[in-house]
Design a protein around this ligand. Structure first.
Ligand SMILES: [Zn+2]
Length: 65
C-alpha cells in the first residue's frame, strides 16, 4: 500500500485545465502532492524538480506549466 494523493481539478488563468489526451479534468500536482514513492511509481524522477507538473488522473499524461 502507498498513499495515493487525491486528484483535483486544476484552474489556470481562470479556465479549468483539461487533459489534451483524454479530456479528463482532474490532475495530481507534482509539486504539491506527489510523494517520492508515488513519483517513483509514475516514473517522474526525470522531470525538472522546479516548475509545476500536472499528471492526468486518468491516462497519466504529464502536463507541464
Ligand atoms: Zn488524460
Amino acid at each position: 500500500m502507498f498513499p495515493v494523493p487525491k486528484a483535483e481539478p486544476v484552474e489556470r488563468a481562470g479556465h479549468a485545465l483539461k487533459c489534451p489526451v483524454c479530456g479528463h479534468d482532474k490532475f495530481w500536482m507534482k509539486e504539491a502532492q506527489l510523494h517520492t514513492k508515488v513519483a517513483t511509481l509514475f516514473r517522474l524522477e526525470w522531470l525538472n524538480p522546479k516548475g509545476d507538473c500536472y499528471v492526468c488522473e486518468k491516462c497519466r499524461h504529464i502536463d507541464r506549466v
